[in-house]
Ligand binder design. Structure first.
Ligand code: ADP
Length: 410
């Protein structure tokens, strides 16, 4: 073998060994890289060591970013869950990708069962189908909930790559308040318009006809009750509004005995001797609260008893202490109330017999005032009544509102 051959042989052997080493490092790399979990890189020196370290750093950064993304996803979903709205994520074809619990409850969606189903398969109302078709999402759409009994406000918001969010909100309460406000305005307008029409009719007559002083006096006499009726209505509205908006009443001492006697005197004055009005105080006590409010509530109950009891009837006012506090009751032998009306009696302007209420100077707000004034003192109103026999209205106060009676000085 020549020297050249020996050199070539040695070089080939060296190359072979170097190649084997590289292959070994490559195998290590493959084994390491195919592990699903991040582990320390294999020991290696030189260029391979650098490659391993670089790859290790890269893998670590990728895994960290993936973990952060997963956390972000979890947080976004948690955020969407916590929203007081129903949230459904829809793809470009309005198919469901995901929804939160509120959307599940309000729109009857199921994120697993309904995944990739067109949303119109689940929210089937024709108005909603038309809303999607028209694709004008500048305003929300009001819709009865699929289960009924509720009103939902739905709105589509576009985001990302032609994806959409469907937001839903239960607006049943707001809708009810709005309806009550509308009814209230209509009622007040109606209540004021009737006496105003009468008044303006009389005024025109007085203006147009040449009337002598006596006739004018007659007309003015007819106009006065109408003006009085309007004044009563406005007074009651102001009282009600004050009760609704004023801060909670102070806990002043209300001397109950003189107050009850005043209430009785007012009932007697209204009755003008047509009824027997009695007052019984069983258990002396004073009350803590706002005197004007309590006086207004008790007087309303007592005068109602007079107004809804035919002449000759009996009205009994009674204060008594009970195991849980104290109660003021007004019992009459009047016309009574059909059970079907009882739940609505304290609503503003609710009357069983509009004509009778008006004839006796009612505004339809008395029991509303009573209910509010009592509620502000943590008291409740109970009504028992038998048509044709009479009624009993009872205001029950908790013991925290009672105070041992003191006699009024002087
Ligand atoms: P009103 O001004 O019409 O009396 P209220 O709010 O005081 O208004 O009472 C509401 C309705 O409840 C009355 O219109 C009447 O129909 C009924 N009502 C109230 N008190 C009595 C009572 N003592 N006996 C029978 N009906 C009553």
């Amino acid at each position: 073998m020549t020297a050249l051959e020996i050199i070539l042989l040695l070089a080939a052997a060296g190359l072979g060994i170097a190649l084997l080493r590289q292959l070994r490092e490559l195998r290590k790399l493959r084994r390491w890289a195919s592990q699903p979990r991040l582990s320390d890189p294999p020991e290696a020196g030189g260029a391979w060591g650098e490659v391993f370290n670089l790859l290790h750093r890269h893998r670590r950064a990728t895994l960290k970013r993936r973990r952060e993304l997963a956390q972000l996803m979890v947080r976004s979903r948690r955020g969407a869950q916590a929203l007081p709205y129903g949230v459904a994520v829809l793809d470009a074809g309005y198919r469901l990708d995901w929804c939160n619990d509120a959307a599940r409850e309000q729109m009857g969606l199921d994120p697993e069962r309904d995944r990739k189903q067109p949303i119109v398969n689940m929210v089937r109302a024709p108005e909603f189908v038309e809303y999607l078709r028209a694709a004008d999402f500048s305003e929300p759409l009001r819709l009865g909930s699929p289960g009924g009994g509720r009103t939902l406000s739905l709105q589509i918001v576009a985001f990302g790559d032609e994806e959409h969010l469907l937001l839903s909100q239960d607006v049943t309460g707001a809708e009810r308040v709005e309806a009550m406000r509308r009814d209230f305005v209509a009622n007040v307008s109606h209540e004021l318009r009737t006496p105003l029409t009468v008044l303006s009719g009389f005024l025109e007559t007085i203006q147009d006809l040449k009337l002598d002083a006596g006739r004018i006096r007659d007309y003015v006499g007819l106009m006065a009750p109408q003006a009085e009726r309007m004044k009563r209505l406005i007074d009651d509205l102001l009282t009600l509004s004050a009760l609704e908006h004023a801060p909670p009443p102070d806990a002043e001492r209300i001397f109950l005995q003189p107050l009850l006697q005043r209430v009785r005197a007012e009932a007697e004055a209204l009755s003008a001797g047509k009824h027997r009005v009695s007052l019984e105080i069983a258990g002396a006590s004073d009350l803590l609260g706002a005197e004007r409010e309590i006086a207004s509530a008790f007087t309303n109950l007592a005068t109602n008893a007079v107004r809804y009891t035919p002449p000759g009837g009996e009205i009994r006012l009674r204060w008594k202490l009970t195991s849980s506090g104290g109660e003021f009751s007004v019992e009459d032998s009047g016309i009574g109330i059909d059970p079907e009306h009882l739940p609505r009696l304290t609503e503003r302007f609710y009357r069983v017999d509009r004509g009778r209420s008006r004839e006796t100077g009612g505004t339809g707000l008395g029991l509303s005032i009573v209910k509010h004034a009592l509620a502000r003192h943590q008291a409740v109103l109970d009504i028992d009544s038998t048509p044709g026999k009479g009624s009993r209205f009872t205001a029950r106060f908790p013991s925290a509102r009672l105070k041992a009676a003191q006699t009024v000085a002087g």
